[in-house]
Each structure stands twice: as structure tokens, then as C-alpha cells.
Write a protein that binds this ligand. Structure first.
Ligand code: NDP
Ligand code: AKG
Length: 447
């Protein structure tokens, strides 16, 4: 069989059978392309139709989420959960609340999650969920009523050994609290392991809040070290200013780098003196405010609505906001400014055209499914603590996180080396995650 032609035909079929889901097509295209050299050596996996099965979610639910706003008006949103693969463990992946959420977006995120979770080696299947609900500008009481209605349907699909959601865009500690409270009320059980990202006082893990951003920087450090480079004195730009971005900035600063710019959906700030993280956290985590407030409070900082945060000259870029935010023209600007490395904190933030520009310019590039796996890895550590009724210290949890990120980096390089070029982290992450999942699927029969 001509494996490349077979995978191209499979991709064409996926596009035909999943109309109107461009993000999902983009995600499968990347994986199927990376699998060409792998499957050329594994006729057994082709024969078992592992790829065909992997691209079809085990289950998807779409549901109505009715709730009442503060004016007494009934609002209706749409909820989603895609349970993609349970080959390696319970479905695991976050919930996203953002007006851009569609079934295609949730599907691409769930698909990515399969490979990411496999890379952690911590016994996690892949899933994702969310809603087109926009929490921006809503009161705490409105967010609570929405979360309660969302969980009223979702709870029947969850369980600590079945499906374990967590946060993502628009879902942080506040939302996880409301979701957990409603799950507990509906089931009459304090089943701590059914959600991760809980408060540390009631079953949450230390370092889960920090984990995704810290993990990205741990992975980046490993990647830089392969070229004898370090973070010391490096200029860094970060897109986004949410959970992942803030804690990536914190770790960059702790390791001697200088984060000079970050963004939100209304623009970006540049602070050549280095970002004031306490001020950023106060604006974003406490006030849920806009970055314009940073420029107003900080002498020398400039807010801009024109252009992109990726136009700011830097040594390292960390896209940490959302999918397809770093396009070809941004990659060209980064390469022209001499960027050394790009590590994805967000899921699929770099377009395929931009990845190609970075590859041509020999820029180190870490795909999100490897670089941002620290969040879900620490969720697995939270599940372990819940199962054994323990709570580990911050230091112990962060040490485990750093070790998982080192292992993922090593697995990406050795796998990429086997099938192509060790510097090709896209190949290494996709092939490494795939092989772990595929071996489990092959062993479990046709299910
Ligand atoms: N939280 C986690 O543990 C993990 C998250 N990720 C990924 O990291 C990314 C960020 O997630 P997280 O930090 O948790 O989310 P948050 O909601 O905490 O922050 C999201 C940030 O990105 C910006 N943003 C979101 N959507 C858009 C958009 N369409 N255009 C421009 N800016 C946008 C937001 O700006 P504004 O506030 O103005 O909307 C905000 O600054 C996502 O891709 C997520 O899937 C990956 C692994 C784990
Ligand atoms: O912690 C988790 O379960 C999932 C985090 C997540 O959604 C992601 O890795 O994209």
C-alpha cells in the first residue's frame, strides 16, 4: 500500500464527513502528515484501521443550556462535550466558555488532547468540552447560574473514572467551583476526582494554576539547551494575558528572562522595562480588567491596538491565547527580528503556513500538544492526590511537573530522530503521542 496516498485520501474523507469544521481538519491534517513515516513501518496499525478509529470521537454530546440573567431574561446557550478516546484512561480535557466555541472547535481541541495526554504518560484519555457562553461582563451570580445549568446536563456523562473536565479559556477557579458544587448536589457525592483545577482548600492541587505556563517554560528550557542556549537575558513576548500567559511570564522572569509584551483581545502592551507581573495579575485575575489599565498605571508602558504583539522584537515568542493567532506574516516578522524559539502555550495558535516559515528560518518550534501538556499532567497529579486522599506540597508537585516536561521533551526528540529529524518537534509530538495510543488500541481489540 502507498501509505502517503492512503493518508491523503483519509484526510480528504475526513473533510467530506465533517463539513464546516476547519479547525478539526487543520488538526487532523497535521497529525496525518506526521504519521506518514511512522505508518510506513507499521502495517499492523494500518490493518487495524487505528487512524480511522482515532479520528472518530467515541462519543459527542451537544445540549441546551438555559439560564436566567440578572434582568430576569431567559438566555439559551449550547453546550458540548466530545469524548474522543479512552484508550489510555478516562476522557480528560478542559471546558472552554467563549462565544467562538462550535462543535468543530471542541472537536479539534479534543483530538489534540488525545496525543498531548498520551505524551504525559500518566494514563489519560482525551476529551474536551465547552459552550458558546461569554462570561465577559457577566456577574458572578450569572456565571454561577450558567454553570449550574451546564452541569445539570453534563453530570450524567462524567465520573472520576469516566470523564474528568478541567478549565480552559473562560473557565478558571471560579467556574470549576460552581460546576463542582452543582455536580455534588446532583449526585449527592463528594467525588473530588471528577473535576480538576479545584481550589487547594477542597481537593485541588498546588501548582495546577501555574502548571501550564510553568510547563511551557520548562519545555522551552530543554529545547534551548539542545543548542547550548539559556533563558538568561532573553527578550520574550507572550500573547494573551490569561492563566497560561501569566504563569509563563512568571517562570520566564524567575529564570532570568525578560518578558516585555503581552496581549488580550483588544490589543497589546509593550513595557521595555519588563512586565510588572503583580500589576498584571491584579488587573487580570482580580479585576478581570483590560490591558489598557496596565498602560494607564505603569509609566513607560505603551498600549496598542494596531499590529500584533508578534511584531515586537524578541528572542522568544510564546503564543498563549488562542488557535490560529500567529499567522504567516507574524512568523515572517518574528524570523526577521531574529527569534530563536517559539513555544506554544495555547492549542494550535500557529497556522501551518507560519510553522513552515519558522521551519525554513531554523527557529526552534514546540507544538502545543507537547509544550503545554504541563496543565493536564498536573491535573493527573491532582487526580492521584484525590484518589489517595493526599495533598502534596507545591515544591513536590512542581518537581513532578518539571520531570514530566523533561520526559515529554526527550520522547519528542527520540521519536522525531527515529522517523526523521530530532529537531522536528511536530513530528516527535504527533508520532510519540500516536504510538502510545495506537499500541493500547491495538491491544484492546476493535472497540
Ligand atoms: N488553562 C490551561 O490549563 C490550559 C490552556 N491551554 C490553552 O491555552 C490557551 C489560553 O488558555 P487560558 O490561558 O487558560 O485562557 P484564559 O481565558 O485564562 O485566557 C485567554 C487569553 O487569551 C485571550 N484570547 C482568548 N481568545 C481570544 C481571541 N479569540 N482573540 C484574541 N485573544 C483571545 C484572552 O483575551 P480576552 O480576555 O480579551 O478575551 C486572554 O488574555 C488556550 O488555547 C487553551 O486551550 C492549553 C493547555 C492547558
Ligand atoms: O487539565 C486538563 O484536564 C486539561 C487542560 C486542557 O484543556 C488542555 O490541555 O488543553
Amino acid at each position: 500500500m502507498n501509505v502517503a496516498a492512503h493518508l491523503d485520501a483519509l484526510q480528504a474523507d475526513l473533510v467530506r464527513r465533517n463539513p464546516g469544521e476547519p479547525e478539526f481538519h487543520q488538526a487532523t491534517q497535521e497529525v496525518l502528515h506526521a504519521l506518514k513515516p511512522v505508518l510506513a513501518t507499521r502495517p499492523d496499525l494500518l490493518e487495524a484501521r487505528i487512524v480511522e478509529r482515532l479520528c472518530e470521537p467515541e462519543r459527542q454530546v451537544i445540549f441546551r443550556v438555559p439560564w436566567v440573567d440578572d434582568t430576569g431574561t431567559v438566555q439559551v446557550n449550547r453546550g458540548f462535550r466530545v469524548e474522543f478516546s479512552s484508550a489510555l484512561g478516562p476522557y480528560k480535557g478542559g471546558l472552554r466558555f467563549h462565544p467562538s466555541v462550535t462543535s468543530g472547535v471542541v472537536k479539534f481541541l479534543g483530538f489534540e488532547q488525545i496525543f498531548k495526554n498520551a505524551l504525559t504518560g500518566l494514563g489519560l484519555g482525551g476529551g474536551k468540552g465547552g459552550s458558546d457562553f461569554d462570561p465577559k461582563g457577566r456577574s458572578d451570580a450569572e456565571v454561577m447560574r450558567f454553570c449550574q445549568s451546564f452541569m445539570t446536563e453534563l453530570h450524567r456523562h462524567l465520573g472520576e473514572k469516566t470523564d474528568v473536565p478541567a478549565g480552559d479559556i473562560g473557565v478558571g477557579g471560579r467556574e470549576i467551583g460552581y460546576l463542582f458544587g452543582q455536580y455534588k448536589r446532583l449526585t449527592n457525592r463528594f467525588e473530588a476526582g471528577v473535576l480538576t483545577g479545584k481550589g487547594v482548600g477542597w481537593g485541588g492541587s498546588h501548582a495546577r494554576t501555574e502548571a501550564t505556563g510553568y510547563g511551557v517554560v520548562h519545555f522551552l528550557q530543554e529545547m534551548l539547551a539542545t543548542r547550548g542556549l539559556s533563558l538568561e537575558g532573553r527578550g520574550v513576548v507572550v500573547s494573551g494575558s490569561g492563566n497560561v500567559a501569566l504563569y509563563a511570564i512568571e517562570k520566564i522572569q524567575a529564570l532570568g528572562g525578560k518578558a516585555v509584551a503581552c496581549s488580550d483581545s483588544s490589543g497589546y502592551i509593550v513595557d521595555e522595562n519588563g512586565l510588572d507581573l503583580d500589576l498584571l495579575k491584579e488587573i487580570k485575575e482580580e479585576r478581570r480588567g483590560r490591558l489598557t489599565a496596565y498602560a494607564e498605571a505603569r509609566p513607560g508602558a505603551v498600549h496598542s491596538e494596531r499590529g500584533s504583539v508578534f511584531d515586537v522584537p524578541c528572542d522568544i515568542a510564546l503564543p498563549c491565547a488562542t488557535q490560529n493567532e500567529l499567522g504567516q506574516q507574524h512568523a515572517v516578522a518574528l524570523a526577521k527580528n531574529g527569534v530563536l524559539a517559539v513555544a506554544e502555550g495555547a492549542n494550535m495558535p500557529t497556522t501551518p503556513e507560519a510553522v513552515e516559515v519558522l521551519r525554513q528560518a531554523d527557529v526552534l518550534f514546540a507544538p502545543g500538544k507537547a509544550a503545554n501538556a504541563g496543565g493536564v499532567a498536573t491535573s493527573a497529579l491532582e487526580m492521584r492526590q484525590n484518589a489517595s486522599l493526599q495533598q502534596w506540597s507545591f515544591e513536590r508537585t512542581e518537581t513532578e511537573l518539571a520531570s514530566v516536561m523533561r520526559d515529554i521533551h526527550a520522547l519528542c526528540r527520540t521519536t522525531a530522530d527515529t522517523y526523521g529529524d530530532a529537531d522536528d518537534y511536530v513530528l516527535g509530538a504527533n508520532a510519540g503521542g500516536f504510538l502510545r495510543t495506537a499500541e493500547a488500541m491495538a491491544a484492546q481489540g476493535v472497540v
